[in-house]
Design a protein around this ligand. Structure first.
Ligand code: CDT
Length: 305
């Protein structure tokens, strides 16, 4: 058995004026709680260091850039890296990244047990809109503030596993899982901020939790992989966001789930060999897939009736 104990470190709301140092203190406390439960790897939410700022239109680019990190670790986050290294815990952290040449990405890093960065992933599917839409009770301006990540979904040999990453909206798309599945992924780390109210179609609001689990359970099962997903949930600056952080087995079963809307750790011992039961049978890609009949998936973007 190859076993990895993983934790989803869910966060409650982060206020607009909450200092980074305070947020890092909360993350460190979660890290310690996860370590006390035997975690080898702790997954933190998307944009974990700040409030979910795409809910506001902001004209002043300097004010926008203040939500971004220019270094990782930087002066504010070094303490988290140091604590993780001293505990010997790996972690996955989501943040807004501003590169030296001026690119803005919604980014997640995988950091090893020695505190060194193992991998970096930039969100591929950027949801929401890019213009001010005052008819909405709040904005979802990810498409204004972030560029889509330029790289395909990678999978890395780390922590004795094949580890992949995705960020929030990526988890809704089957291509995300399959591209990683085709690289033998065994564990996918995901952070998310999901407002419960979906202004373009409020009939979906009541289904937010169902859809969250639906996509991750399907993705895990259809690709024979573990999925660990950490939310930043609760009512943040007046906007209710989904919590329900969870760990999903390759069987598609949810094996752990958060029950609060606050800072909370959920953990599970994941048998990585369990992936083979699915990858080697029903979803033996090499034996059963028909890629010659799927070319439309990469050749075409929208619907062509
Ligand atoms: N952060 C993020 O990607 N949230 C989206 C909200 C979609 S509605 C614009 C999500 O898929 O959960």
């Amino acid at each position: 058995m190859r076993e990895l104990t993983v934790a989803a470190a869910q966060m409650g709301p982060v206020a607009r004026d909450e200092p980074r140092a305070h947020v890092v203190g909360r993350l460190t406390k979660l890290l310690r709680a996860a370590h006390a439960r035997g975690a080898d790897l702790v997954v933190f939410p998307e944009l974990a260091l700040t409030t979910f700022f795409p809910r506001w239109w902001e004209d002043d680019q300097a004010a926008v850039d203040a939500w971004f990190e220019t270094e990782m670790p930087g002066p504010q986050t070094q303490a988290l890296f140091d604590e993780a290294a001293s505990l010997g815990v790996a972690f996955c952290l989501g943040y807004a990244e501003l590169t030296p040449d001026g690119h803005h990405y919604n980014t997640q890093v995988l950091v090893g047990k020695d505190g060194r960065r193992l991998a970096r992933f930039r969100k591929v599917h950027i949801p929401g809109h890019d213009s001010n839409e005052p008819w909405r009770p709040f904005q979802h301006l990810e498409r204004r503030y972030f560029e889509p990540g330029p790289d395909e979904f990678g999978v890395w040999d780390a922590l004795g596993a094949r580890v992949g990453m995705m960020i929030c909206n990526d988890r809704r798309w089957p291509e995300t899982y399959r591209v990683m599945g085709l690289q033998g992924v065994e564990l996918i780390c995901c952070g998310y901020n999901t407002p419960v109210h979906y202004a373009p179609d409020p009939s979906q609001d009541v289904l937010a939790g169902f859809h969250n689990q639906l996509v991750m359970q399907a993705g895990a099962y259809q690709n024979g992989t573990w999925v660990v997903a950490a939310a930043k949930g609760g009512v943040e600056e007046g906007v209710d966001s989904l919590s329900q952080s969870c760990i999903v087995a390759p069987s598609g079963q949810v094996v752990a789930q958060a029950y609060t809307q606050d800072d909370e750790v959920v953990a599970a011992a994941c048998d990585l060999e369990w992936c083979k039961r699915y990858k080697g049978t029903l979803f033996d890609f090499d034996r059963y897939r028909r890629p010659e009949l799927y070319t439309r998936i990469t050749a075409q973007k929208g619907v062509q009736p």
